[in-house]
Design a protein around this ligand. Structure first.
Ligand code: PGA
Length: 256
């Protein structure tokens, strides 16, 4: 795991943006896995500003609420169109977001997995992390081998996300999410975390045991993970000085 600690969220997001820009320039038909929530917003703004060519890019989003109409402003369809897709030249047919209103959800989930494989797999998956260590919406106790399926949010995640809905009562209970096994098949995972609220989850993910209690900790078993964090999110890392040292002494060819 490469832990990139930056003074501010903006600087950490800037590094993530450069990593993605480099991939899209090198591989114009890259397959990106995308995330929603507060964390990737600045990343998406930076990517829009970079005027990259998205015409051959394919995307798969991690998750979606079940039961919200697509047009609902807090649906992840709505989020992605508002905050990224409508600003870039991506082809609508290359966009994949789980359907939270599928009539046959298990069949939809199997088809989603199949379409990721048919696209050649995900080159780079953008991840946030929940304050409880979830990635996608794989809450603690999720199988570390899980595939795309329905999950029930924890009360903590519903409270965390109430800020988007105005009231906790309006946050759906159920979601459809790529599984942890699905995320582990991405060739690279790029995880972003900002603010003190994420510090315990980040410390558990990087330095704790691999455990379904902190689903993100499974990324210790993935061969290519980059973690872009601000100082508050890094504040509980025991080896933070070492991670800074590694980043400061990267060979020139590895610097983004
Ligand atoms: P946030 O959510 O970016 O809104 O903090 C992260 C997540 O739940 O994965």
């Amino acid at each position: 795991m490469e832990i990139i600690i930056q003074p501010t969220a903006g600087e950490a997001a800037g590094i993530a943006a450069r990593i993605i820009a480099r991939l899209l320039r090198k591989k114009p038909d890259a397959v990106l896995g995308l995330a929603t929530g507060g964390t990737p917003l600045s990343l998406y703004q930076m990517l829009i500003g970079m005027k990259l060519d998205w015409s051959r890019v394919t995307t798969f989003n991690l998750d979606e609420y079940i039961g919200l109409p697509r047009e609902h402003p807090q649906s992840y369809h709505g989020f992605m169109w508002e905050n990224l897709f409508r600003h870039v030249n991506i082809r609508p047919e290359n966009i994949h977001i789980p359907d939270g209103n599928a009539a046959d959800m298990p069949a939809f989930c199997a088809a989603y997995e199949k379409s990721i494989r048919a696209a050649g797999g995900i080159d780079l998956q953008v991840l946030g992390i929940g304050s409880d260590g979830h990635i996608g919406f794989n809450e603690p106790s999720s199988s570390l081998a899980s595939r795309t399926r329905i999950k029930t949010l924890t009360p903590q995640t519903r409270r965390d996300n109430a800020r988007f809905f105005g009231s906790e009562d309006l946050v759906p209970f159920h979601v459809v999410t790529m599984g942890i096994g699905t995320i582990m098949e991405a060739r690279t995972n790029l995880l972003l975390a900002f603010s003190e609220n994420k510090a315990a989850a980040i410390a558990g993910m990087v330095e704790g045991p691999v455990t379904a209690n902190n689903p993100a900790s499974v990324l210790q078993l993935h061969p290519s993970v980059k973690v872009c964090v601000d100082e508050p999110a890094a504040s509980q890392l025991e080896r933070a000085d070492y991670y800074r040292w590694v980043y400061a002494n990267k060979p020139a060819w590895q610097v983004v």
